[in-house]
Design a protein around this ligand. Structure first.
Ligand SMILES: Cc1cc2nc3c(=O)[nH]c(=O)nc-3n(C[C@H](O)[C@H](O)[C@H](O)COP(=O)(O)OP(=O)(O)OC[C@H]3O[C@@H](n4cnc5c(N)ncnc54)[C@H](O)[C@@H]3O)c2cc1C
Length: 388
């Protein structure tokens, strides 16, 4: 990395236009920093973790108030973005937690939501059966409904954030950036095609590629895992599986979640358990027959009306897990002007706006200090998931 005497054309270069990088670039630019955003494959591309059709926008996080606060702030900013851009990409489906006897998580979720003034409803199994008769409630002892939560249409939302960022002055480049090979203060990053991008500060928001970008530092701290997602076709004219009749639902006890049919893409269902290690560049993105059998069993148990529904589509995505699921947002210890932003760990999408705001405030010097839970120091090589 060589130094030049000319002033950098950009205040900040953000590498990675997934949800975290796109929002960071947008927030930087709108707070006055000249920003360039660079992505190897394009915003919301199919290899990225942000590239699927939809992501759940829930407020509940058990006792983890920090993420509930972040989700509340983010929902507000998502709604503002969509209102400003005329893209209705938040669907208020409601989010229904299916709670099981003795599971503290939904109880803590309810307490946190109530404490922070987030609207939620406690439903008995009788009430659940009346309001959501499409669900079979075996093993469920009560339900918690977040009526104002829902789904963000993920891939398109990332493209919208990027487009709005560009409208505000962000320059976007489709280039793959090579890992920085120096230390100390860097002036520029270089793309694999040889282009040099000079800036004062750099943000690497490369999602599951962060371990490839910084193998020595992050190779053991971020673990990309293979995750399968399935979309099933509801019977024609059957509105029970679409909003407003069908909410998004989460059953962490059974490690499953599902989304109603949106945009005619099918009813989505997935297992929320870490899969095998996955390479975001070369990994095979054909879903497995074992994965299909597992979600079919889950459908038969929870949504019997979809027991024999045809599979419309499947996707393989990856979580980029930190040791416990907390985000990584910190400076690179070897580069004074490089920030690392990632570790979404299967729950990060919804927080894009708040993460962008957090990073922009620190880079601009408006806020000091790093939340200890987001620090590099807190990231271990062990895998003990604690944040869901
Ligand atoms: C199956 C699944 C379900 C999920 N469900 C939810 C959910 O319901 N709710 C929720 O909130 N979250 C959910 N998540 C998590 C969420 O999607 C991720 O945490 C989030 O999308 C991560 O965003 P990111 O910007 O960090 O990474 P990414 O979206 O992967 O973006 C990284 C970007 O960096 C670019 N890049 C990488 N290397 C380079 C390079 N060298 N040069 C230039 N560009 C580069 C890539 O092309 C990519 O676009 C889920 C994730 C998965 C996989």
């Amino acid at each position: 990395m060589t130094r030049t005497n000319s002033p950098a054309p950009y205040d900040v270069a953000v590498v990675g236009a997934g949800v975290l990088g796109a929002w960071t670039a947008y927030q930087l630019q709108t707070s006055g920093a000249r920003t360039v955003l660079v992505d190897a494959h394009g915003p919301g591309n199919s290899r990225s973790s942000s590239g699927d059709e939809s992501r759940i926008m829930r407020m509940g996080y058990g006792a983890d108030e920090i993420y509930t606060r972040s989700a509340v702030r983010s929902l507000k900013l998502w709604k503002k973005l969509f209102a400003d851009s005329d893209d209705a990409l938040f669907i208020e489906t409601g989010v229904l937690w299916l709670a099981h006897e003795g599971d503290p998580y939904p109880v803590q979720t309810r307490e946190t939501l109530q404490k922070l003034g987030v609207r939620c409803e406690h439903l008995t199994t009788g009430e659940l059966g009346k309001r959501f008769p499409q669900f079979q409630l075996e093993g469920v002892t009560w339900g918690l409904l977040e009526p104002d939560s829902g789904v963000v249409l993920a891939r398109r939302a990332v493209q919208t954030v990027t487009r709005e960022a560009m409208r505000c002055g962000v320059e976007y480049l489709q280039e793959a950036v090579a890992p920085p090979d120096d230390a100390g203060q860097i002036d520029a990053i270089v793309t694999v095609s040889g282009r040099r991008i000079t800036a004062e500060k750099f943000v690497f928001a490369c999602g599951p590629w962060l371990p490839k970008m910084f193998p020595r530092l992050l190779g053991e701290r971020i673990h990309p895992t293979r995750q399968e997602v399935f979309y099933f076709g509801a019977p024609a004219s059957d509105s029970r599986f679409r909003p407003p009749l069908m909410p998004t639902w989460i059953d962490f006890n059974d490690e499953a979640y599902g989304l109603p049919e949106i945009d005619g893409r099918g009813v989505k269902i997935a297992i929320d358990r870490h899969g095998p290690v996955f390479d975001p560049d070369q990994g095979d993105r054909l879903a497995s027959s074992a994965g299909l059998s597992e979600v079919r069993e889950c459908l038969a148990r929870r949504l019997p009306g979809l027991k024999d529904a045809p599979l419309l589509e499947s996707r393989v995505c990856q979580y980029e897990n930190t040791s416990n699921g907390d985000f990584l947002i910190d400076r690179h210890p070897d580069f004074e002007n490089v920030w690392l932003v990632g570790g979404g760990s299967g729950h990060g999408f919804k927080h894009g706006p708040a993460v962008g705001e957090y990073v922009a405030a620190r880079i601009a010097g408006r806020s000091e200090g790093i939340e200890p839970r987001f620090s590099l120091q807190s990231k271990k090589s062990t895998r003990e998931r604690a944040v869901y």
